[in-house]
Design a protein around this ligand. Structure first.
Ligand SMILES: CC(C)(COP(=O)(O)OP(=O)(O)OC[C@H]1O[C@@H](n2cnc3c(N)ncnc32)[C@H](O)[C@@H]1OP(=O)(O)O)[C@@H](O)C(=O)NCCC(=O)NCCS
Length: 148
């Protein structure tokens, strides 16, 4: 299996990002404006855009990497690719000198929350009604990479 990560060209690949996101996130998919605000990375597996990560560096504060999206194409889920992408996200954050990673997930997203926990993320809070369609709370999680 050949796996590579490359930064998405948010202008030239906007349509591809929107299509991918709709397949993975349905009602939670980002709109055009949201994609213009993030640093998007493809995970390419054997030439196929299998996954996508969206970063917001230095949000909500300097030294923090906010991960806005972690998605694997539905037909390729459950084969270890999400775990591989999470490991890459953490390595990327370390290489770029971030002190911590923060992320939010639907409270019902047990597989993502469990995946994060397995890498050492801990729950830091709950934001009521963060998501819509259906309305649901977000669980906020963080991974401290190096103490302040
Ligand atoms: C969450 C997601 C990124 C995980 O990617 P994946 O490739 O399916 O996950 P993996 O095969 O690497 O499995 C990683 C872990 O997820 C969990 N998991 C995966 N599939 C699961 C399933 N069907 N049921 C329960 N847990 C599951 C397991 O804890 C697994 O741990 P293990 O490696 O110890 O077995 C992927 O399913 C996805 O894109 N989901 C839709 C988008 C989403 O909800 N993203 C997160 C919010 S940003």
């Amino acid at each position: 299996m050949n796996v590579e990560f490359r930064r998405a060209d948010r202008q030239a690949e906007l349509r591809s990002l929107l299509l991918f996101d709709r397949k993975v996130f349905h009602a939670d998919a980002f709109d055009r404006d949201m994609w213009s605000d993030v640093d998007a990375w493809w995970m390419i597996v054997d030439g196929v855009k299998a996954g996508c990560s969206a970063f917001e560096p230095n949000e909500p504060e300097p030294g923090t990497l906010y991960i806005a999206t972690t998605g694997i194409l539905p037909r390729l889920q459950g084969r270890g690719l999400g775990r591989l992408m999470k490991a890459w996200q953490i390595a990327w954050a370390r290489q770029h000198g971030f002190q911590r990673i923060v992320t939010n997930h639907r409270a019902s997203n047990k597989s993502m929350i469990q995946l994060n926990r397995s890498f050492g993320f801990r729950k830091t809070g709950r934001i009521p009604a963060y998501y819509t369609n259906p309305e649901e709370a977000a669980v906020s999680m963080e991974l401290v990479l190096r103490p302040k």
